[in-house]
Design a protein around this ligand. Structure first.
Ligand SMILES: [Ca+2]
Ligand SMILES: [Ca+2]
Ligand SMILES: [Ca+2]
Length: 385
């Protein structure tokens, strides 16, 4: 399971990679008492719903899909799980269903406190070394296919929270409807995708690192994530998204990393205020791509991306950097540094088939050692547009 120190370290790592000094908060665990998490399954058919409710204490839980069924497990030593007439021991778990087909709808509200919720299909993050970010050799890939027929709605509330969907090496998760995640205020983290791809993305030292290929998480509806205020990390790695994807990180310095995604609909990323780092890599977007990093000194890095519909990138106020390379842009694209002293750094090959418009960049850099790969006329139309 993610930890606050892990989150803090990742923020530091990411900031260092991009040479940005950031005010990194002390994310030490607080010592609030652990509480009770209650699970209820109600309704039938398409109205069937699993509702998981925390309290105002710190609640750490795993909703685990194993070959033997669906379990709700406390992921600290003193959280208590309640389901129907059953109450677990502190730190224990209860079985909610015999099937790996989850209830049609899933609603989670963890209230206040520093909460940690993982939807784990196959293998749990406990099995993965946080020190190296690699899957340990001894991990056993658990073959399990899980389905949530319709919607997922998550409210994490105030406090420093973590929510993730993690799909293990031999597992799959298909979510049929819309996914909506509200992280509330606090320094929060959202992660979704194939387990090892999430870890590769978290620990990657450059945007050039190849992120695992297998997309074992499929979200067929729209995906919407709200970071709220606080220093947030929003991460999606190795997943298929059938609808639109919207990532809003809210105020303060945030990191948004989209890696190895297939997005059929529109991709919208809003950094809002604060100095944000936004990375878009190894990703195919079928709809329009709209990125606005907002006020603050932001870095937007785009590598190995295919954008086939109109795209609009605005870096907002502040001294920003847009790094762009190895991408295939067949839709129109407008890039705007907005106010501040902004730098456009283009490396390696970019193909643009349609008019590209560049506005308000005070500096442009072409990476000399990869100029041979650059399609010069297309690049120059972008730089002079
Ligand atoms: Ca709570
Ligand atoms: Ca929160
Ligand atoms: Ca700017």
């Amino acid at each position: 399971m993610w930890t606050k120190s892990f989150f803090g370290n990742r923020r530091r790592l990411c900031m260092n990679n991009f040479g940005i000094a950031a005010d990194v908060q002390n994310l030490e665990l607080r010592t609030l008492p652990a509480g009770t998490v209650t699970a209820i399954i109600s309704g039938t058919g398409t109205k069937e719903r699993l509702t998981i409710t925390g309290d105002n204490a710190n609640n750490e839980i795993v909703l685990a899909v194993r070959p033997t069924g669906l379990f709700l497990k406390a992921d600290d030593s003193d959280t208590v799980i309640k389901f129907g007439k059953q109450t677990s021991a502190p730190g224990g778990e209860l079985k909610l269903k015999d099937s790996t087909t989850l209830p049609q709808n899933l609603s989670i509200n963890m209230k206040n406190g520093d909460d940690n919720v993982e939807i784990a299909v196959g293998d749990h993050f406990d099995e993965i070394s946080e020190s190296t970010g690699k899957l340990p050799d001894f991990i056993t890939a658990t073959a399990v296919s899980a389905t949530i027929g319709s919607t997922v709605s998550v409210t994490m509330g105030n406090g420093d929270d973590v929510f993730d969907f993690a799909v293990g090496p031999a597992a799959s998760l298909v979510i049929g409807g819309a996914v909506s995640v509200d992280l509330g205020s606090g320094d929060d983290m959202y992660a979704a995708g194939a387990t090892e791809a999430i870890f590769q993305t978290l620990f990657s030292t450059s945007i050039g690192q190849e992120i695992g290929g297998e997309k074992r998480l499929t979200m067929q509806g729209a995906v919407s994530v709200q970071g709220g205020s606080g220093y947030d990390l929003l991460l999606m790695a190795s997943a298929v998204c059938g609808g639109a994807v919207t990532l809003n990180s809210g105020s303060q310095d945030n990191i948004i990393d989209v890696a190895n995604l297939q997005v059929t609909g529109k991709l919208t990323i809003n950094g809002s205020s604060g100095s944000d780092i936004v990375v878009l890599r190894q990703t195919v977007v079928g709809g329009a791509t709209l990125i606005n990093t907002g006020a603050g000194d932001d870095v937007l890095a785009i590598k190995a991306v295919s954008l086939s519909k109109g795209s609009s990138i605005n870096l907002g106020a502040g001294d920003d950097v847009l790094s762009l390379g190895e991408s295939d842009i067949t839709g129109s694209i407008t890039i705007d540094g907005s106010s501040g002293h902004d730098n456009l750094a283009v490396f390696s090959a970019i193909t643009t088939n349609t008019f590209a418009k560049k506005l308000r960049f005070e500096e442009t850099t072409l990476s000399a050692d990869s100029l041979g790969d650059v399609i010069v006329s297309q690049i120059s139309s972008m730089l002079n547009g």
